[in-house]
Design a protein around this ligand. Sequence first.
Ligand SMILES: Cc1cc2nc3c(=O)[nH]c(=O)nc-3n(C[C@H](O)[C@H](O)[C@H](O)COP(=O)(O)OP(=O)(O)OC[C@H]3O[C@@H](n4cnc5c(N)ncnc54)[C@H](O)[C@@H]3O)c2cc1C
Length: 468
Amino acid sequence: MARPNPPSAESQSQFPLMEEMHGPLSDRAALAESQRCLYCYDAPCIHACPTGIDVPTFVKKISTGDVTGAAKTILTANILGASCARVCPTEVLCEGACVLGHEYEPIQIGLLQRHATDFVTARGISVLDSPAQANGFRVAIIGAGPAGLGCAADLAALGHRVVIFEKEALAGGLNTRGVAYYKMKPQVSLDEVRLVESLGVEIRTGVNVGKDLHADELLSEYDAIFVAIGLGGGSRLGVPGEVGAGVRAALDFIRDIHEMPLESVSVRKTVLVIGGGNTAIDAVSQAKRLGASSATLAYRRKEEQMNAYAFEVAQARAADCRLIFEANPREVVRNDEGNLTGVRFTHASSGMEWIEPCDQLLLAIGQPKQDQLLKSLFPALALNARGCVLTDPLTARTSIHKVFAGGDCANGGMEVVNAVGEGKKAAMAIHHMLTGKPAVPKLQASRSGIARPAAGAGLWNPIRSATH
Ligand SMILES: Cc1cc2nc3c(=O)[nH]c(=O)nc-3n(C[C@H](O)[C@H](O)[C@H](O)COP(=O)(O)OP(=O)(O)OC[C@H]3O[C@@H](n4cnc5c(N)ncnc54)[C@H](O)[C@@H]3O)c2cc1C
């Protein structure tokens, strides 16, 4: 769906807590912060970034006043550098690796990255090199989220003709309609989509591959395909009373926030969110920030077992959200008129039973894998036990010749920067497959989950990998 009614300036001011969490650095603050960088040899912050941004170089450029040059360093490595500056869990990636963090405060890399990328976006300064001369190869990408866009940008820069097929009316994937509004406004993502298009990439929105277009057509018309369809909508609890008014997927609630004026988003008085991941934390925080009198998150395990990052849990608490743990949902409770009144839980350790009152229930218990869609698109595609596309960790190749995959549909659901990194990795491998030119992925192993195959691992065998 196209965003029917972008939030007005007035609607923003009614909800100050929905404004971006971290304001930008002033020029003076950016200069001072950048001058703290030690410009480490073999800098750990570069290795910690799944897109391999040369952090010390861009920080150094800011410190010398070359903010445009800094943006060039960032965007050449990561076309989604502006959104990653806002949404990356920098605390556990680049900033977490900063050596200054051992004794002092780490460099605020995310904010400096935002400073540089915002500088060129606001001024319309073009920093990317012109794409190489067209080489005659055509690559189709399914899905215009971070993985698809990351792959497209690198392929286009290398001279490939790239067409992205996107089922929604707006490109950007979850960056445009999923990431919490107080972390990033959808416009940042849409600006990045335009940046990718400026490289000559064609994005055909409103095309649902599998329904509007058969994947076989792509296989016969294109020299390579990159599958980047992400994950599915929200999963269900499977308890009595769940189907009915007042209960919806947290992702749909979050999507409304991106597509409607904030004052039109339906937020009831007593909101209960079930789940323990980042979607749950984003949903409960945003419900409270949008005016719920009480916003509670219920998670079936202990706090330390939550998938949500600790700093995001702390932010939710700071926003006055309540968190309850070891809460197993048994039944969605409704009154005689069928209105939602609460959820009956049992406590995982004590067995105690209670009803948690609510008049709005948001389910954030995971995004289902796309195994059925993947199998219907490419029946011969090997999937792993989790229902994700099985890929070679170094090249993003799948079990089907000339089909590559990356992002959430392959990694099972990580972060924006992982999706971009996997898209880049696939671009290098596709380029190598098509042109025979050596592809030297900038990407190296990182602490964030992209594996480096052991030396001498030999050729990747998808079938062996599927069974081991
Ligand atoms: C609520 C929420 C909050 C998040 N917050 C953060 C955060 O703060 N920081 C962070 O780093 N990460 C965050 N993430 C994770 C991040 O958004 C994802 O890891 C990232 O978007 C994955 O990118 P992707 O390209 O693989 O998939 P997606 O972003 O899901 O994009 C896939 C695209 O494929 C399209 N598509 C699907 N099927 C078809 C088809 N058949 N034909 C054509 N197009 C199709 C979809 O419409 C979509 O545009 C969050 C995720 C969620 C759900």
